[in-house]
Design a protein around this ligand. Structure first.
Ligand code: CA2
Length: 159
């Protein structure tokens, strides 16, 4: 079995489904976890799904993903707009990184248009509610499969 896809969620996403459903939808974070797991399973993949309200913990998890994940899906929530430290951690990864948002930050307040995560992301999915996560898992599976294939195709170092 290959390494899991890690799905990391930033601050306040534990409130999903409880407040502001007109922006973030009615699904809870547990519902989103189930959608991600089901979508990954279709590709024979597993997920590790986590949420934290703490910047340092999010950064610790990004660092751990370097060795333990085959790809990373991250909804950095508010830290995406503020955290240079998160960007620095993401830049240390050499696995595919998919930035994921429920809403479309570009269609909201001006301060949400800046993302410290996008420069380190392979790609971004946003604006589709919990479907954004399913699409992000699809992308992560495709990218991880491609990475694995090119690793096997590579000749051994001493050939
Ligand atoms: O659309 C997204 O997924 C966001 O990452 C959500 C963040 C926001 O700061 C980003 O601009 C876009 C906010 C997460 C807070 O989630 C809540 C969920 C329910 C109720 C209140 C907050």
């Amino acid at each position: 079995m290959s390494k899991p896809i890690w799905v990391l969620n930033g601050p306040n996403l534990n409130l999903l489904g409880v407040r502001e459903p007109h922006i973030y939808g009615h699904d809870s974070l547990d519902d989103v976890r189930a959608l991600c797991a089901a979508r990954a399973k279709r590709h024979g993949m597993e997920i590790e799904f986590r949420q934290t309200n703490h910047e340092g913990e999010l950064i610790d998890w990004v660092q751990a993903a370097r060795l333990e994940a085959c790809a990373l899906v991250i909804n950095p929530a508010g830290y995406g707009h503020t955290s240079v430290a998160l960007l620095d951690a993401l830049k240390s990864l050499d696995i595919p990184v998919v930035e994921c948002h429920l809403s479309n930050p570009a269609a909201r307040e001006g301060f949400r248009r800046a993302s410290y995560v996008s420069p380190a992301a392979t790609g971004v999915v946003c604006g589709f509610g919990s479907t954004s996560y399913e699409l992000a898992i699809e992308a992560a599976c495709a990218l991880a499969a491609r990475t694995a294939k090119s690793a096997t195709a590579r000749p051994p170092k001493d050939a």
